[in-house]
Design a protein around this ligand. Structure first.
Ligand code: GTP
Ligand code: MG
Length: 407
């Protein structure tokens, strides 16, 4: 599949992209919030069938498990640069009474992708076909209620925000007036600040950013959460050009009209201006933290840590929108200078120890898997022998019957 991304060259940061670029986006939101429609709108084509319905529970006892569905779309911009866009849809999300299993499933999936990289990195011989499945951005859809965040929104961002870049969006923005959208955004950001929720707020290193990029990042921050409108329909605007929009009795809303939604800004940030930043942040901050924690044997490390005094996440993120201090998702300054040579030596030694512990764990797992494999092979052999014996007996029986009937 291929589609055209209308891209402004001025926004482009990507370099050396002859072979195309991989990007993985997860879209999370409650049923009917417009996940499928957004995916189709983003790609400019029908990628997901919107008629696919998820069964809702008929009584409170029925749990709906979330599913993760992956689609891959190849997009091409006007300069011929290809983006292999992997999109993970999450049908069934948030439809249960207790959504903890939903969150755990998604968190497990994200961690699993990190584990795969960790294993691949520790291999003597790399697999040239290895596919990096890490999620570079997770779009979290907030219902256009006109209020702030719901408890489920807070919990999801709190639990997943230290693992993956969460970009909050208010979906179906056309169901709110311009003033209501503004108020909704303000209340949501107040909740995000109050609960110290770890969202991706277009972080940057103050020492190493151009004036132009600084302006862009601050502008994007000021729009958070992005308001979006999606549509599966395309209309003729009258002058021969096609627009993707929503048709109402009073007229058509163009989803790309920046005066009614932030869709175009979000699309440009995801696929053009911040595609690399999101990938780098995933690799250098989120994965790196997971890797360090995993190698140090801290299995809970990747989960947000709770501050017992405030009972809130203590490794927060979002700096205030006006802050110019470079922050990463740990809320700490991004540079951590090691002062002495001895300290560095000690760090290397600890790193080696962690690596050794990790190798031992992998080795143990390998032995276990090999043992299981041998057992399976043994079972298979036994089944084959039994089947052979049964076949033999059947042939003998058939021969007996044949002799009896011919005598
Ligand atoms: N008003 C409005 N309606 C929208 C928007 N986006 C999607 N819808 C409508 O909302 C309904 C549900 O959209 P879907 O894209 O199927 O939502 P979903 O989240 O994928 O739903 P499930 O897959 O069933 O969980 C459809 O009727 C869409 O046309 C939007 O931006 N504004
Ligand atoms: Mg859907």
């Amino acid at each position: 599949m291929s589609g055209i991304i209308e891209a402004s060259s001025a926004l482009r940061k990507r370099k050396h992209l002859k072979r195309g670029i991989n990007f993985t986006l997860m879209v999370v939101g409650q049923s009917g919030n417009g996940r499928s429609t957004f995916i189709n709108t983003l790609c400019g084509q029908q990628v997901v069938d919107v008629s696919t319905t998820v069964m809702l529970p008929t009584d409170n006892s029925v749990e709906i498990p979330v599913q993760l569905r992956e689609e891959t779309v190849e997009l091409e911009d006007e300069e011929g640069v290809k983006i292999q866009l992997n999109i993970i849809d999450t049908p069934g999300f948030g439809d249960s009474i207790d959504n903890t299993p939903c969150f755990e499933l998604i968190a497990d999936y994200v961690r699993h992708q990190y584990d795969e990289i960790l294993l691949e990195e520790s291999r003597v011989r790399r697999n040239p076909r290895f596919k990096d499945g890490r999620i570079h951005a997770c779009l979290y859809m907030i219902s256009p209620t006109g209020h702030g965040l719901k408890e489920m929104d807070v919990e999801f961002i709190r639990q997943l925000g230290t693992l993956v870049n969460i970009i909050p969006v208010v979906c179906k923005a056309d169901s709110l007036t311009v003033d209501e959208v503004k108020l909704n955004k303000k209340l949501i950001m107040e909740d995000i600040d109050r609960f110290n929720l770890p969202i991706y707020n277009f972080p940057f290193d103050e020492e190493d950013i151009s004036e132009e990029d600084y302006e862009t990042n601050m502008y994007l921050r000021s729009l958070l959460p992005f308001s979006i409108i999606g549509s599966n329909d395309v209309f003729d605007s009258g002058d021969g050009t096609l627009i993707r929009g929503r048709k109402y009795p009073w007229g058509i809303i163009d989803v790309e009209d920046s005066s009614v939604s932030d869709f175009v800004v979000l699309r440009n940030a995801l696929l053009i201006s911040h595609l690399n930043d999101l990938k780098e942040f995933t690799h250098e901050i989120l994965y790196e933290r997971y890797r360090t924690d995993a190698l140090s044997g801290d299995s809970t490390a990747a989960l947000p840590r709770t501050n017992p005094e405030t009972s809130q996440v203590s490794s927060p993120i979002v700096s205030s929108q006006n802050s110019k201090t470079p922050v990463d998702h740990s809320g700490e300054p991004s540079s951590a200078p090691q002062d002495t040579y001895l300290a560095r030596e000690e760090q290397i030694r600890l790193e080696e120890e962690r690596l050794k512990a990790f190798e031992d764990r992998v080795h143990q797992e390998l032995l276990l898997k090999r043992k299981e494999l041998l057992e399976r092979e043994k079972e298979l052999r036994e089944i084959e022998e039994r089947l052979e014996k049964e076949a033999k007996l059947k042939i003998e029986d058939d021969n007996d019957i044949f002799h009896e009937t011919t005598q």
